[in-house]
Design a protein around this ligand. Sequence first.
Ligand SMILES: [Zn+2]
Length: 485
Amino acid sequence: MAGRSVLIQVASSAIPAYVMQSCMLPGKVLEGIDRVNRNFLWGSSENKKKIHWVGWSKVTRPKLDGGLGIQAARGRSTALLAKLNWRFHTEEKAPWARVLRLKYCNHQRLNSRNSNKLSTSRVWKSLKKGEEIFKKGTRWFPGADSNLDFWQDNWAGIGPLRQAIQGPLTLEASRIKVKEVGHFSGWDWDMLQMELPKNIQREILATPIPLAARAEDKLAWKLSAKGDFDLKSAYSLTLSPSSEVPFKGKWIWKLNTLPRIQSFVWQCMHHSISVRECLTARGMDIDNSCPICRNGPESILHALRDCPSARDIWHQLGVPPSDSVFFVANLKDWLVSNCNSKLRQRAGQLPWFQVFLFAIWMIWKNRNHFVFKGTMQYPNVAKEILGRVMEYTYCAYSHTAVKRMMMKSIRWEKPNSGWKKLNTDGSSADSLGLAGGGGVVRDEHGSWVLGFARKFGPVNSFLAELWSLRDGLLLCVDCGPKSKR
Ligand SMILES: [Zn+2]
């Protein structure tokens, strides 16, 4: 399954991307693409149906939310059309964008009562289908001479401000521009003729106005670090808010092991491998007792841990029979804690998580061999497991260079004679959405000259550092540029 999921991502969901970039495919086609991918993932064909162990809506979530990172056709299509919107706004001078703008953004159309009913081209219709996600994902950063509308444009990162306040505005107030309220030195609240709620004020305070006089308004994609469009995050915006994230799954794909074992762990986390209990839960009419020991129902934990034959293997691998945590934990806790364990195997020097991963995989293979062929595949499974782990660790670890750490002590040093030195710092309590920072200017003797401290809006630590630096530099500029650095 590991290989098939990669093939879907690079081939079958990539092929329609070219067409999807400029038009919305009909619903039937999108469903067809999903069906082909779904059947391929689980190995179904026209004559042979296989169980689709994990639902398509879970498979198509990001890996972080317990999915496989495969994109559903409709979401992918919408995300690509959001990208078309992005290009429409950022490539203003491109001929295609100019034609569309002249044709569909003229006064007549914008002022018509039901502009949605006017006939339009397929590209424009498709563009509109990506608009919602585009608006969700973007914001403006106002320039020094901003043309942005204070109430209607999304420049404070919380959507148009008009939606955040209630009640009517006077004509004059409704036409106010961002540049009339915000200056690089601060915000002139009196211009608004009303008081904004405190949480909105905080968001606005966290919005920087550039110092360069000719800086233009800039469109940015909110979900990427550099502000450029990012398809993956656009896709995640098309997903319905995940009320039922089954588990956070990023760690599975970071495990240093074989991809097929990663997929196996992923299916176990979804309670979806073909043990008898899972088969009966899906409506199959079979005896659900363990095919090896015939003692009790065969759950995933029974097959991999609690069956006497599996228990034996764990003991041989060094888990003491009295280990109350190992043999008591529920399935998810058991997988998460052992796969992320930093311990070494008791008898040798092998990393325990490697031993554990190969062990569940080989125990599972052995069980299947017994069920389908009537015999155990390996007479001595524990030895086989340790052999494979050694082989894998030798191949996987031998090329990784050893990182060397250098300890270096740093301390504050005085500036040269005649100079002054500015030091700033900022930090944020992300969970509370509050940030602050400050700085000091000291002279050649290390004596205090100037200082400042203030609260920023809800920004992260990195931005808080930048805000402090900016404030510090502005302070220095204000107090005379003669001898500062
Ligand atoms: Zn059993």
